[in-house]
Design a protein around this ligand. Structure first.
Ligand code: ATP
Length: 287
């Protein structure tokens, strides 16, 4: 299913004094089977854009087309059908685990879409192996698993619905570098295996360059640039205007060192990792 955004504008709290235009005249196409990465500063509209792909938000102006589903203001669409085709892995998806066993949690999505019991059982087993876990985990409570395992179970829940399109909103946030790489490789494999259209929002420029066919850069709700990794790399001076650059990270480290009673060192890691390091040290300090 191709995805098409045409002159999409989105305003939060439209027609109120708090109106805020989060997307400004966005147009792009993702051909079926492609992998697109979306990057941009915090607040640039990435999550707002993603939520248009399965109709969680409808454009205030303009149109979104996902396969044959047309999404525009004031138009009733078959959202249930669309949501079966578009699987979204939200940030920290494990926060949405709630059932008493892993099996029940993974079954929740397909059950909701009316899939038959025997088929659900088969899908759950396939999904759990697809995310690199084994069937023994199905009987456990999701809350007795490690953070990395919980994340994989949450992803299995999305896969069990068998979506044609995977939408990933910073799927590696909060994981250690090894876990991040494993999850990125897992999604790349899932993308290649079924030629699944994949849309990744990330702060990690290297992931965008490694995995994506196409990169879209947002700045303050508008499209700053779109191109293949090679095309974007040739204009890398533009990237410094949207990425968290070294000066910002160093300023963060300096502030952290004034604020916390332990040293934080910058060894080329991302801001996410530095925050994680601080959280760990704080936790240790409390014990
Ligand atoms: N419910 C809301 N009401 C009003 N403004 C909102 C709402 N949700 C988001 N915004 C604003 O819209 C803008 C875009 O937000 P969005 O979450 O899409 O950005 P983002 O690029 O995904 O950011 P991040 O990288 O921090 O997740 C931000 O300025 C944000 O404050």
């Amino acid at each position: 299913m191709d995805i098409l955004f045409k002159n999409v504008n989105y305003t939060y709290q439209a027609n109120t004094p708090f109106a805020f235009k989060a997307l400004k005249n966005i147009s792009f196409t993702i051909p079926s089977g492609k992998y697109m990465a979306i990057i941009g500063h915090t607040g640039s509209g990435k999550s707002t854009l993603l939520q248009h792909i399965n109709g969680l938000l409808l454009p205030t102006e303009g149109t979104v087309k996902v396969g044959d589903y047309l999404l525009e203001k004031g138009r009733k669409s078959d959202l249930k059908g669309l949501r079966q085709k578009v699987g979204i892995v939200f940030q920290y998806p494990e926060h949405q685990l709630f059932e008493e066993t892993v099996e029940k949690d993974i079954s929740f999505g397909p059950k909701n879409f009316g899939v038959a019991e025997t088929e659900i059982k088969a899908r759950v087993r396939k999904a759990i192996t697809d995310v690199g876990l084994t069937e023994e985990i199905l009987a456990k409570s999701p809350f007795e698993l490690s953070g990395g395992q919980m994340r994989r179970v949450a992803i299995a829940g999305v896969l069990a619905v068998e979506p044609e399109i995977l939408v990933l909103d910073e799927p590696t946030a909060g994981l250690d570098p090894k876990g991040q790489k494993e999850i990125m490789e897992l999604f790349y494999h899932l993308h290649k295996q079924k030629n699944r259209t994949t849309i990744l929002v990330t702060h990690h420029m290297d992931d965008a360059f490694t995995y994506a066919d196409q990169i879209l850069i947002l700045k303050e709700g508008a499209k700053l640039m779109e191109g293949t990794p090679d095309q974007i790399f040739q204009k890398r001076d533009l990237l410094t205007s949207v990425q968290l650059g070294l000066p910002e990270i160093l300023a963060f480290v300096e502030t952290a060192n004034k604020k916390f009673p332990f040293p934080i060192e910058y060894n080329g890691q991302s801001l996410d990792l530095l925050v994680e390091e601080i959280e760990k040290k704080l936790k240790r300090a409390k014990q």
